[in-house]
Design a binder for this molecule. Structure first.
Ligand code: HEC
Length: 106
């Protein structure tokens, strides 16, 4: 007689959202940044900085060469995308983007 045990499918993504360090913009890549970039110093040090993609890449290379940061592998591209997008250079005269918590929900 067939048993139906195990027939209940787990909903993908329904459990255990990856943690994001307090204060980081919640967006794709935030969990990777939390995992790789808040080990030696806090997320605040990351958030205080602004750079374009190349600038972030050179900070990462500097930490890899001198501070023991590990190779980021597949995480490097999404981390750079996230940092360049949310912690990119701020053009003069333009206010900082509103944090997601202040944006209207839909
Ligand atoms: C293996 C340890 C380590 C890891 C992991 C690490 N860092 Fe760092 N990082 C450092 C050290 C050490 C400094 C220098 C801290 C200081 O000056 O107080 C630093 C400094 C920085 C700074 C400041 C640079 C400046 O010019 O002032 C930024 C921004 C930064 N890290 C971003 C990151 C990001 C983004 C990641 C993830 C990709 C990361 N860090 C992961 C060790 C690390």
């Amino acid at each position: 007689m067939a048993m139906l045990l195990g027939a209940c499918a787990l909903l993908p993504g329904a459990s255990g959202a990856a943690p994001v360090a307090e204060g980081l913009v919640i967006a794709p890549g935030a969990a990777l940044v939390t995992r790789h970039c808040t080990v030696c110093h806090g997320a605040r040090l990351v958030m205080q900085n602004r750079a374009d993609r190349g600038g972030w890449l050179s900070m990462i290379r500097w930490m890899q060469e001198t501070q023991g940061l590990w190779p980021l592998g597949d995480a490097e591209a999404p981390i750079l995308d996230y940092l360049a997008e949310h912690y990119g250079p701020q053009p003069a005269g333009r206010r900082a983007p509103l944090p997601p918590s202040l944006l209207p929900g839909d």
